[in-house]
Design a protein around this ligand. Structure first.
Ligand SMILES: *[C@@H]1O[C@H](CO)[C@@H](O)[C@H](O)[C@H]1NC(C)=O
Ligand SMILES: *[C@@H]1O[C@H](CO)[C@@H](O)[C@H](O)[C@H]1NC(C)=O
Ligand SMILES: *[C@@H]1O[C@H](CO)[C@@H](O)[C@H](O)[C@H]1NC(C)=O
Ligand SMILES: *[C@@H]1O[C@H](CO)[C@@H](O)[C@H](O)[C@H]1NC(C)=O
Ligand SMILES: *[C@@H]1O[C@H](CO)[C@@H](O)[C@H](O)[C@H]1NC(C)=O
Ligand SMILES: *[C@@H]1O[C@H](CO)[C@@H](O)[C@H](O)[C@H]1NC(C)=O
Ligand SMILES: *[C@@H]1O[C@H](CO)[C@@H](O)[C@H](O)[C@H]1NC(C)=O
Length: 395
């Protein structure tokens, strides 16, 4: 009796789990994050946070809303963003213009989206605050935005995703004919590319981009020849790749910058595909040192790569005549499902193997990158998996 009761209970639980798991992994990832209250304008301690992770997640939720028509996703974006923008349109929480950090600016595309959707002027005012920041933002002598005021003369790949999607969306929506702005956006991509591309004689040349560079050569990690940091870090490159395919959608195709961005994307895509580990199909955390002890397959960068490659092919930005890019993306994605995704008995999923941080605030060397923690359900990775899933589900 007791055994059969327990047996049917366990059958029911399994059934419940099977029923609760959505057929779309994009929905699964989003609903799981939402059930945990992630990306709602608050940090883990319940404090207001103006966070690029939330901006990245809202970008995915917007796409999911457009795909499913499920109003819950729109409401979640609206509620989250409403926490960090006051009714009079000031950005509140931990945002300060005077930090001149590109990171918070990644929430700006959501403000522009909400202005578009609701017509509420407070969203434009909040976006204007970020544009004002960019207009006063400190730059290198070549005109690259500093990553933050506390990192003088440094360009980081991450900053391109944080700043340029907003800058492009603002320009498209509100200053469409401002050729100076479009040229400036293009220049940000171009300077990062030229200053961080591994040159032919570099050891372990991946033909990809180092994490960042210091145009004043003062950082401890700056190489004497070009000021670049020592390693190719997967997530930094992931941010940059996502920024390329997202800004290519926003920038008018008639603008000369469009061809520049296309050229960069087409230059990076083949070596990126080639850098995948041949067995697993995914990418190493430190891409310049494949297989070295302590290195591992990192999930956020990998998901960003799959999103960027598939979107690039879908939009015709990269050619995939023999189907090898889509095949590589599908192989990597299958690895995610087997190794990075953990189904829970209550129908939610966990996302693992995302590194919490990779900064150029210290040595930027191999030991630094491999020593950072990999917390479960890190939103940077969950957001990237949502984006990759949206692309996979369009194939
Ligand atoms: C819409 O999304 C919400 C929240 O993620 C979910 O709970 C709900 O079941 C979805 N509704 C439909 C009709 O799919
Ligand atoms: C706007 O709202 C913020 C936060 O509520 C407040 O600190 C600020 O004084 C207000 N500014 C104006 C111009 O009303
Ligand atoms: C919102 O954005 C869409 C798509 O870009 C555009 O067609 C529409 O005109 C915009 N609406 C408003 C009110 O700005
Ligand atoms: C055009 O963009 C530039 C660079 O962002 C900016 O300085 C200028 O004010 C903008 N011009 C107009 C008319 O909006
Ligand atoms: C290429 O990179 C290597 C290693 O960073 C450096 O020694 C060399 O000077 C660079 N060459 C050029 C032409 O930039
Ligand atoms: C090149 O890659 C190998 C294998 O990952 C690694 O052991 C070595 O340290 C790397 N060399 C440099 C200079 O990065
Ligand atoms: C679902 O299960 C996971 C793993 O046990 C747990 O962390 C999470 O809080 C649960 N979610 C809900 C909504 O109960």
């Amino acid at each position: 009796m007791r055994t059969s009761f327990l047996l049917s209970l366990s059958v029911l639980t399994q059934l419940g789990c099977a029923l609760a798991r959505p057929s779309s992994n994009a929905v699964w990832a989003a609903d799981s994050a939402i059930s945990r209250g992630q990306g709602n304008g608050l940090d883990a301690n319940g404090q207001l946070t103006v966070s690029y992770e939330h901006g990245e997640f809202w970008w995915g939720l917007r796409l999911l809303y457009e795909k499913t028509g499920n109003q819950s996703y729109f409401d979640y974006i609206l509620n989250g963003a409403s926490r960090i923008v006051s009714n009079n349109g000031t950005v509140i929480g931990n945002y300060k213009v005077s930090d001149f950090s590109l990171d918070p600016v990644r929430t700006g595309p959501t403000f522009l989206y909400l202005f578009n959707q609701t017509g509420d002027a407070k969203w434009k005012k909040a976006a204007d605050e970020y544009l004002t920041q960019l207009h006063g933002h400190p730059r290198t002598t070549q005109k690259q935005f500093w990553h933050k005021l506390i990192y003088p003369n440094q360009g980081w790949l991450d900053g391109i995703y944080m700043g340029e999607i907003f800058y492009a969306q603002y320009t498209n929506d509100l200053q469409r004919n401002n050729l100076t702005a479009w040229a400036d956006i293009t220049l940000q991509f171009q300077l990062m590319f030229e200053n961080t591309l591994q040159n032919a004689t570099a050891p372990n040349n991946t033909h990809l981009l180092y994490h960042g560079y210091d145009h004043s050569f003062k950082a401890v990690w700056a190489s004497p020849d070009r000021g670049h940091s020592p390693e190719v870090w997967d997530r930094a490159l992931g941010w940059y790749m996502m920024a390329l395919v997202d800004v290519l959608d926003i920038m008018p195709a008639s603008n000369p910058g469009h061809a520049t961005l296309l050229h960069i994307l087409q230059t990076l895509a083949p070596p990126l595909v080639a850098a995948a580990d041949p067995h697993s199909g995914v990418w190493w955390l430190v891409m310049t040192q494949p297989g070295r002890e302590g290195n591992y397959f990192e999930s956020s960068g990998a998901a960003m790569f799959v999103y960027s490659l598939l979107k690039g092919v879908r939009r015709g930005y990269i050619s995939d005549k023999d189907g090898s890019i889509v095949a590589a993306s599908k192989k990597a994605y299958a690895y995610f499902l087997d190794n990075f995704v953990v189904p829970n008995s209550n129908g939610t999923m966990d996302w693992t193997h995302t590194v919490s941080v990779g900064s150029l605030s210290t040595t930027g060397d191999y030991n630094y990158y491999i020593s950072q923690t990999t917390p479960v359900n890190d939103l940077k990775g969950v957001g990237a998996f949502l984006l990759a899933s949206l692309e996979i589900e369009r194939l």
